[in-house]
Structures are given as C-alpha cells and as structure tokens.
Design a protein around this ligand. Structure first.
Ligand code: NDP
Ligand code: MG
Length: 384
C-alpha cells in the first residue's frame, strides 16, 4: 500500500488524484491532504478518505476547520509552517504536488529534502528554479515524476531510450479558446470567454495561462528542467484535438508519440504507479472515429507570451522567475476584474525589460527576483 499525500487536494488535479485513489483502494491510501481555504470541499474529502493528517494554509480557515474535525482523530497542521511539518512527519511514500503557482516551490524543496518522491503537477516551481530543484532531487536521490500531460508523454517516450540519441521534443498545445480568434478582437476578450477551455477542465489560473499560451511557454521551461534540455531542442506544435500529448524525435529520424484520452487521470495514475501500469477505466483511441489529427505552427504574434517565455528560456538565470511572477500577478488581477486580458503579455514584458538578469542564481536570488517582480507588476498595473 503506497501512502500518498496530496497538496492542493481541493483543486482540479487534487480531486482527479482522489478519483484515481478511489479506483485503486488496494494500492493507495490518501494519508495526508492539504488545501488553501476551501474547507467545505476538504471536509467532504476527509469524510470519504479518512486521512491521518490535513493542512489548511489559510490560518483563519484552519481555525474554523479545527472545530469541524474535532474528535475525529485527525491531526491538523495549520498554515505554511504546518504544511512543512505535515510533509516531514506523515510518513509519505509519494507526494502529489498540485498547489497552483509559486507557493509550490517551498513544499517541493521540503519534500526533496525529506527524500519523498514527488508526482509533480505544479509547473511554476520548475519555471522559477528548475535547475536548483532538479539538482537537489539528484543529490537526494528523489524522483520527480511529471503529471503535466505533455511532460508525462515525453517521459514515457524517453523511458527506455538513450538520451544521447534525442534530437528534439515536440510539445503539443491545443491552442486554447482563441486559436481561431482574429488578433484584432483580442481587446474585447472577456473573462467568461477565457474560462471556457475547449479541451481541458482545469483550475482558473492555468485556464488563463492556456488562453494566453503562457502555459505552453511554461511547459518549455518545465521540459528543459525535467529532461535537461536547451531551448533549441524544444519545438511547440499546435494540435487542436489534444490526443497526442507530445512527441520525441531521435537522430535516426524516428518520432515517438504518446496518445491517450484527454483526461488528467491518466498521467496522474502513471505518476502514482510508475514503473507499473494499471487499468484506468479508459480505453485507447478510436482512430476511425477520430478521422484526422491536425498540427500547425503557433502564432507568436497573436500570443506574445510564447515569445516572452522563449526569451526567458534562452536567458535563464533569474529571468524565468520574473516571467512567472509577473504573469502570476497579472493573471490574478485579470481574474479579479482589474486588468484586461490583452494587457497580460504587455505587463509581463514591461517587468522583464526592467529586470537585471542574474546568471546561475542561488535560491535566495531567485526568491528575491520573484518578490521584486511581483512588487513591480503590482506597481505597473496600479499606474494603468
Ligand atoms: P486549482 O486552482 O484547481 O487547485 C489549486 C489547489 O491548490 C487547491 O487545492 C487550492 O486550495 C490549493 N492552493 C491554492 N493556493 C495555495 C497556496 N498558496 N498554498 C497552498 N495551497 C494552495 O489548480 P489546478 O489543479 O488546475 O492546478 C494545480 C497545478 O497543477 C498548477 O500549477 C497547474 O499549472 C498544474 N497543472 C494542472 C493541470 C490541470 O489539468 N488542472 C494540468 C497540468 C498541470 P483551495 O481549493 O483551498 O483554494
Ligand atoms: Mg500541460
């Protein structure tokens, strides 16, 4: 029985992870759950899965939650410090990290220090500090098992291969809700259009990132960190059907692809069962019903976040952390109704242009760049 912790259990990936666990109760036990403030959902999860430990990050919500689980024999760890203790004290075999945004960086580093294998959905931490995270994981002999569907596809294609024969990887992207929208209409885009993703049902932040294609730019940086690649080895391809989850090309001209249904339970389950495969309830692809799979070049003019990510991926240093931080604040402001959608890339570009990049940064320098960029972004938006 594998003892699983789910950080971000109340979110889209978190609840899909619990569906996988529900399907395989003989293999997995959800021993620890963590959420930010959604205690109603967390309580439902606690009632069904009876974890040993829970964490509520928001301290006020944690105090309310304490009353609701009184006498249930569950240990409650409140706040950020509590999350650290939960990771350290619960006896976890594999940790699913499904917290959104830069807040995932600290718990990820804690898990690595505690030698816990991480099934990683969060991508922002790798964007910020990819080489530091992967270096630390290697030193502590910890496995980072990707959940993001594109990275899972690449991982599966590379599993039995000699990486020296790798020529390039193709990251596929559905193209988001505005693939066919003319650039001239971007100024009119409203929140409710952005939140309607054509293929995936996800949390709000990644749904916005998928509409600007920043999500794909982040995945470029994520792949570079996970598979130790330079930016010139990664190509982005629009693939509207979202059936081929990514591809790998070798030096003999062979291309390997991973195809499966468009459902995150598949890569989540693989990150939990690796190196085994278990039945998932999904059948393969009905190719005749599908008829065609389409691929096209991304439009860098319509989606400037792709170019900004590529710039950060070529510069590395602290620039990817600045890219991430500026985007995080801009997306939050857009979600709060304080910023127009089309301005998100302009804001990120402005903050990146103000940043003095530091090459080979320490963790402290990355965290300082993150804090600086968040403050700068808020100031730029405040002056609009
Ligand atoms: P959601 O917004 O649906 O869920 C986020 C989860 O994180 C919630 O449980 C939330 O708690 C918790 N959370 C939010 N802020 C904090 C914080 N500061 N500290 C601790 N916990 C916090 O996001 P998704 O599940 O969609 O995405 C999670 C991560 O996985 C993201 O990094 C995303 O990029 C990545 N990912 C997601 C995919 C998807 O299909 N959804 C696909 C590939 C990657 P609460 O509910 O209490 O607010
Ligand atoms: Mg993805």
């Amino acid at each position: 029985m594998k003892r699983i912790a789910i950080l971000g259990s109340t979110g889209s990936i978190g609840s899909s992870t619990l569906k996988v666990i529900r399907r395989h109760p003989d293999r997995f036990k959800a021993v620890a759950l963590a959420a930010n403030s959604n205690i109603d959902e967390l309580l439902l999860q606690v009632k069904e899965f009876s974890p040993e430990s829970v964490c509520v990050i928001d301290e006020k919500a944690a105090a309310r939650f304490a009353l609701r689980i009184k006498n249930k024999g569950i240990k409650l760890y409140p706040g950020k410090q509590g999350l650290k203790e939960l990771i350290s004290c619960t006896g976890i075999d594999r940790m699913v990290l499904a917290i959104t945004g830069s807040s995932a960086l600290e718990p990820l580093l804690t898990a690595i220090e505690r030698k816990i294998d991480v099934a990683l959905a969060n991508k922002e931490a790798l964007v910020m500090a990819g080489s530091i995270i992967m270096g630390k994981a290697r030193r502590h002999n910890v496995r980072i098992l990707p959940i993001d569907s594109e990275q899972s596809a690449i991982w599966q294609c590379l599993a039995k291969e000699d990486k020296r024969a790798l020529k390039r990887i193709y990251l596929t992207a559905s193209g988001g809700p505005f693939r066919k929208t003319s650039r001239s209409l971007f100024k009119k885009i409203e929140l409710k259009q952005v939140l309607k993703h054509p293929r995936w049902n996800m949390g709000r932040k990644i749904t916005v990132d998928s509409a600007t294609l920043m999500n794909k730019g982040f995945e470029l940086l994520e792949a570079m960190a996970l598979f130790d690649l330079s930016s010139d080895k990664v190509s982005i391809l629009i693939h509207p059907e979202a059936i081929c989850h990514s591809m790998v090309e070798f030096n003999d001209g062979v291309v390997m692809a991973q195809l499966s249904a468009t459902d995150m339970r598949i890569p989540i389950q693989y990150a939990l069962t690796f190196p085994d495969r278990l039945e998932s309830g999904f059948s393969g692809i009905d190719f005749c019903a599908l008829k065609s799979l389409n691929f096209e070049k991304p439009d860098f003019k319509k989606f400037p976040c792709l170019g900004l990510s590529l710039k950060a991926a070529r510069m590395l240093g602290t620039m990817p952390a600045v890219l991430n931080a500026a985007n995080e604040i801009a997306v939050n402001e857009f979600l709060a109704g304080n910023l127009r959608f089309f301005l998100i890339p302009d804001i990120v570009r402005t903050v990146m242009n103000r940043h003095k990049n530091i090459i080979n940064p320490s963790l402290a320098q990355i965290l300082a760049a993150d804090a600086w960029a968040k403050q700068q972004t808020a100031a730029v938006i405040g002056k609009l």
